[in-house]
Design a protein around this ligand. Sequence first.
Ligand SMILES: [Zn+2]
Length: 225
Amino acid sequence: MKKICAVSHFLDITCRVKSRIVKDALHTVLTKIRARSPKDFERIRNRVRKIIPLSQKCRRQGDLGEWKSDGGKYDYASTGVILLSSDPLYLIATVAHELGHACTREPDIAKRDIDSEWASEMCADYYAYKWGFGRNIARFRPNRVASHHGPMPGHYHLTSDGMPDGVWARLRISRAFIPHLVRTETLDGQVIETAVQIEKKKRLKNKEMEKKFPIRLVRRRDRRS
Ligand SMILES: [Zn+2]
């Protein structure tokens, strides 16, 4: 019987997971990331201290993987640890998603901040898609907890956050997992304004402001004496 080493290294990342299928999945995903996006790969290599097995308790709860930043949930700079289950189900999707968490930067979150939990999940999936694992994630989707992972590309999301009373914003999630305003509407779906109308109104308002408060270009004096 082939002996499986307890500690392996995948392109400089320490792995303490013994399972052969997990190691194969890690090799597949990391090799593809390195080929497709060397910058993302460098970021992963700088952030992921090690990959360790997921606890039995988490497995029983149905979790397949987890990213734990040393700086806490909202830290996007510190190093951290990836925990992986050896469950072969959706393994490639899980590995790509957890590495996506490790690669996430603060500006990625800012672009997708419709809900703090969703923003983080959408960023992880965005990276998985970017590296070519979109189909793996899509196959995994029906078995995921939608309330944790949030909306997917092509989905619509209705929110009243930051809107006046009785007004809802309908957002469409792009392929890059970025929400775009489609229209504002009432709770029973009556359109108030389309995104085009809102944009036009903003431009007109900006023009009015420019007329009221023109920006004067002040030429700096030549200081040569
Ligand atoms: Zn996640």
